[in-house]
Write a protein that binds this ligand. Structure first.
Ligand SMILES: N=CN[C@@H](CCC(=O)O)C(=O)O
Ligand SMILES: [Zn+2]
Length: 413
């Protein structure tokens, strides 16, 4: 099966194979080809270039993209898209003045979602979750990471991870799975944190490893959740089972979580709404990708990750949605990219790099997706006719996507 897209107004994010992420000033450059073609064979990007060099062969299908852009699909490296029920009452409570921390302290928040998920059957959880997965793919997401962490018992964490596995098996996009048993302390363990950590280490991890249910290990390293010492124990345990760290740090407080992530060769450190000079210095020279979640800042009215400080220090940055029922009930990466430009002062070039190639890196998929590169998966999207690619983040809230192509096939969810 071959698909040739011709007369593309501008083909965005064209890269050589060896570019696996971009940092600092390079983030401000988005390589493009104007008046371009893109040739897809089966599920792979086979060729691309200027229309002057368009191959003279007859493909199975031709799409004329006059006036339209083509770019790689979004790579959303941080989601909690598998969950049960919703938390709109907490949203209203926050409007009335309660904070995210206040709500968590009175047993709401993550524990509220855990209560709902524990009572939900695996089939129901799967059905609830795939509605969201279909919706985000339709909005241009072509690679996804999904975390557990709303189970908080052995059975419920395994249920979540098995649902993630079913999603991986039944959807055509690459999906990475993260074990986040250390998302919150269940109320039964409120005076026995060590007991819960032991449960994670001695019961959850061996079973997860046996069933091969996770790629990454995550911890919510935050005051009132898991401290540096707890985080280190859990990361070390995960590493023994071959899970790479990828952690929640600095959402509300800075106390060395970023440096700890770097020390453990975390693939990414995510949130970073609070960030000091030591945090930034610890990332310099590391292989760890900082990840910002602007929709979470927007929804909770907390600070935005200081993208300019990170990029101006020569660092890379990825953008992800954080799709979850508490802090970010949205998986729309188009909104993420717009919000990064509007609120974090990222340029459109920086934001598109952060949501594609750097997002792919942040979930270990940079060899497969995230750029228009020969040999990568043909996960690309075609925009509607728009004046320029700056228009994508500029005209925020509008749907600019005409077609999402996954593995060379237009999706029709
Ligand atoms: N902060 C920790 N975890 C999620 C939110 C979880 C929730 O409130 O349900 C996040 O990344 O924002
Ligand atoms: Zn999260």
């Amino acid at each position: 099966m071959s698909l040739l897209i011709i007369n593309i107004k501008e083909l965005l994010q064209v890269r050589d194979q060896h570019i696996l992420q971009v940092s600092g000033k390079e983030m401000g450059i988005l390589p493009t080809i104007k008046n371009a073609f893109l040739l897809i064979e089966d599920d792979i990007i086979r060729d691309f270039g200027s229309m002057d060099n368009c191959p003279n062969k007859t493909p199975d299908r031709i799409i004329d993209a006059q006036g339209k852009m083509v770019l790689p699909t979004w790579c959303d490296s941080h989601t909690h898209i598998v969950y049960s029920g919703h938390r709109e009452q907490e949203f209203v409570d926050r409007i009335h003045g309660l904070s995210y921390e206040d709500i968590a302290k009175r047993g709401g928040g993550i524990l509220n979602s855990a209560k709902k998920l524990q009572k939900t059957s695996e089939d129901d959880l799967y059905e609830q979750s795939i509605k969201r997965v279909k919706a985000v793919i339709k909005m241009g997401t072509g690679a996804l990471e999904i975390k557990s962490g709303y189970g908080l018992t052995v059975d419920a964490e395994l249920k979540m991870l098995r649902v993630i596995k079913r999603v991986q098996d039944n959807f055509p996009i690459p999906i990475k799975s993260t074990f986040l048993g250390a998302h919150a302390l269940p109320s039964e363990y409120k005076d026995n944190k060590q007991g819960y950590i032991d449960l994670i280490v001695n019961e959850m991890l061996p079973q997860i490893s046996k069933e091969q249910l996770a790629d990454f290990i995550d911890v919510f390293c935050e005051k009132g959740y898991f401290n540096l010492e707890d985080t280190e124990i859990i990361l070390n345990a995960g590493k023994q089972y071959g899970l790479t760290p990828k952690i929640h740090v600095n959402q509300f407080n800075t106390f060395g979580g970023v440096a700890l992530g770097v020390k453990h060769h975390a693939l990414s450190v995510d949130h970073l709404e609070e960030l000091n000079a030591d945090d930034i210095n610890s990332l310099i020279g590391s292989q760890t990708m900082p990840v910002a979640l602007p929709s979470c800042s927007y929804f909770l009215s907390i600070p935005y990750t200081p993208a300019r400080k990170l990029i101006d220090a020569g660092l890379p940055l990825a953008l992800a949605s954080d799709y979850n029922p508490g802090s970010t009930p949205s998986g729309n990466m188009n909104f993420v990219v717009s919000t990064a430009c509007i609120k974090m002062k990222m340029t459109p070039e920086e934001a598109i790099n952060a949501a594609t190639i750097n997002g792919a890196y942040a979930m270990g998929l940079a060899n497969e997706v995230g750029s228009i590169t020969k040999g990568k998966k043909a996960n690309v999207m075609l925009t509607k006719a728009i004046p320029s690619y700056h228009y994508l983040p500029y005209a925020f809230g509008d749907d600019h996507i005409e077609m999402v192509i996954i593995n060379g096939t237009p999706i029709n969810y």
